[in-house]
Design a protein around this ligand. Structure first.
Ligand SMILES: [Zn+2]
Ligand SMILES: [Zn+2]
Length: 309
């Protein structure tokens, strides 16, 4: 392991979350890994000395989901850091076809790719934007910020707006060159007044009112993408007819696939996507407890926390 990001999932594991089928405690976490290959079967994937990013899912490769491009739904899939020992360790074992070459990347940046960046990319694919389209992103922590950055990397003519909660986040996002609406309440109306109707809205805030404000931002046939984790029911304030006559689409976006990780790794390697400024805290493996403490307390300015070997 060269660098391993930690996120909310690791915190949930620490607090004893219910594990997916086939996994049991104790688990050895770490699913956002940049690594150097120490040993590999000859002729089998990246060879010793190669630097890679690790896709954290081992799908079966044979079920109906796997063979139709939906490997992230594989019922037999195993997660790094959940079903199998993860990257918060000096060494780990993983299948060579789930490694993406990343020789020229800073390991701290590379460790952001498997979760926060590839998941953002997947959500953008789900938004299905046209060239030069208009996009609003609600909630710009790690993943939401990556959605903004990726939208610009993929299409320089895209018009992306952020809806943020705090003043600090507003400043950080403005410094990246994106216009900002601060505060979710009334954001739908405010955003339409300033920027017009959106082709797509992607929510990574998970706020109760985000779907309603998001729908208010959309043009007819616009698409709302829900990417956050929120266990409460969705209460929509629009009418059935309101959705029907405007042909609004509401879709989920879940996790990411190996091809998403390959795409974002290529964008960073080619210089089209910069990840600078996203790692707000870095700790050595020996100081893991301090890192989890920061993750738990979420101090202002925290974006991503990375552990280095
Ligand atoms: Zn994660
Ligand atoms: Zn499968």
């Amino acid at each position: 392991m060269l660098a391993c990001g930690i996120c909310g999932t690791d915190l949930h594991l620490l607090h004893g979350m219910k594990l997916p089928t086939g996994a049991e405690y104790p688990v050895f976490p770490g699913h956002e890994v940049a690594a150097e290959v120490l040993e590999a079967d000859p002729g089998c994937g990246p060879q010793p000395g190669a630097r890679v990013v690790v896709h954290p899912l081992l799908p079966c490769g044979e079920c109906a989901d796997c063979t139709s491009g939906r490997e992230h739904y594989c019922a037999f899939g195993q997660m790094l850091g959940v079903h199998r020992p993860g990257g918060l360790a000096k060494e780990m074992v993983w299948r060579s076809d789930r490694l993406v070459p990343a020789d020229d990347l800073d390991p701290n940046d590379a460790a952001l790719l498997p979760d926060a960046v590839a998941t953002a990319y997947h959500a953008l694919l789900r938004a299905n934007l046209r060239a030069g389209g208009k996009l609003a992103v609600i909630g710009t922590g790690g993943v939401g910020t990556n959605v903004l950055q990726l939208s610009r990397a993929l299409d320089f003519d895209i018009q992306a707006v952020a809806v943020v909660h705090s003043e600090g986040t507003a400043k950080r996002v403005r410094d990246l060159g994106f216009p900002v609406i601060q505060g979710l309440e009334g954001a739908g109306r405010a955003l339409r007044a300033q920027f017009g109707e959106m082709d797509a809205v992607i929510d990574f805030s998970g706020a109760a009112e985000a779907p309603n404000e998001g729908i208010r931002m959309l043009r007819k046939t616009g698409r709302l993408v829900l990417g956050s984790v929120r266990d409460e029911k969705v209460a929509l304030s629009t009418t059935y007819t309101g959705l029907m006559t405007r042909e609004i689409e509401i879709v989920g976006s879940y996790s990411n696939t190996l091809s998403d990780l390959q795409a974002v790794t290529e964008l960073v390697r080619s210089g089209m996507l910069s990840l600078s400024g996203l790692v707000s805290h870095a700790f050595r493996l020996e100081d893991l407890a301090k890192a989890f403490d920061i993750l738990e307390k979420r101090p202002p300015g925290m974006v991503r926390v990375v552990i280095t070997a």
